[in-house]
Design a protein around this ligand. Structure first.
Ligand code: PEP
Ligand code: MN
Length: 277
């Protein structure tokens, strides 16, 4: 059997991985990543970045390469989008997470991104995983929408085995028979990751539900389940969002969510889930 040599939590590897991105510590603090689904313009990205920063977000998200279901949908601004994200980082000090979709782009996208995101559709793109495994940037590895925990952790193993120890897992919902929500957010995977792996795990309740009205309760539930953070899509003008409009959160609502997360965290105090037997 090919066990997970590097990704698993076991007698030889009891220490939990902490991934540092500037002042942000995944695996130590509860990290909130917020920002638009896609970088649409400098004005939209900077305005959204300033608003999420004011509300207390720790990192900025925004896609410059968008893997879309239809080839006729907006595909992202590419290099121009990365340059806009760089300006947003300069303006706010927030580190940037952005998706990379092609192994040939990894080295130059790394010049702009603080964290490289691998999307759900590319979770098992093994040549891409090997390439980000060689990059000197942490990797946010989203769970494939059809993937088991073991398949997901094996993808993390590809990155670790290629030499990059900084992997953050991200649950973003899986396909089930339920259609009311865009995906079924599998919050039970959070404690499952914690009892099998030392890697930090965050939750994306935006893609996980696709419904603005339930992003807040799912974010709070993610914290209660022991997640190391969340990633939420926020847009300065949700009605105009080019991509994923139905789940775009207005900045004011995001501010309310941050307050509730802080309240929950303080009421949880030093509470820690114990996973090792
Ligand atoms: C995203 O976070 O921008 C995204 C496309 O998410 P996913 O890969 O989970 O669909
Ligand atoms: Mn999106």
């Amino acid at each position: 059997m090919n066990a997970l040599r590097l990704a698993s939590l076991n007698e030889n590897h009891l220490a939990r991985t902490i991934v540092s991105v500037g002042d942000v510590r995944f695996g130590q603090d509860f990290v909130v990543i917020a920002g638009p689904c896609s970088v649409e313009s400098e004005e939209q990205t900077l305005k959204t970045a300033r608003e999420v920063k004011a509300a207390g977000a720790h990192m900025l998200r925004g896609g410059a390469f968008k893997p879309r279901t239809s080839p006729y949908d907006f595909q992202g601004l590419g290099l121009q989008g990365l340059k806009i994200l760089e300006k947003a980082r300069q303006a706010t000090g927030l580190p940037i997470v952005t998706e990379v979709t092609d192994p040939r782009d990894v080295s130059w996208v790394s010049e702009y991104a603080d964290v490289l995101q691998i999307g759900t559709r590319n979770m098992q793109n093994f040549s891409l995983l090997k390439e980000v495994g060689k990059a000197d940037r942490p990797v946010l590895l989203k769970r494939g929408m059809y993937s088991t925990l073991n398949e997901w952790l094996n993808c993390a193993e590809y990155i670790l085995a290629a030499g990059n120890p900084d992997v953050i897992l991200c649950e973003r919902g899986i396909r089930t028979f339920e259609t009311y929500t865009r995906n079924t957010l599998d919050l039970s995977i959070v404690p499952c990751v914690k009892e099998t792996s030392h890697l930090p795990v965050i939750v994306d309740p935006s893609h996980g539900t696709g419904r603005l009205s339930i992003i807040e309760p799912m974010s709070l539930a993610a914290m209660a389940a022991g997640a190391d953070g969340i990633m939420v899509e926020v847009h300065c003008r949700p009605a105009e969002a080019v991509c994923d409009r139905d789940q775009a959160m207005p900045p004011k609502m995001f501010g309310g969510l941050m307050k509730k997360l802080n309240l929950l965290r303080s009421s949880m105090g030093g509470f820690n889930h114990e996973f090792m037997h």
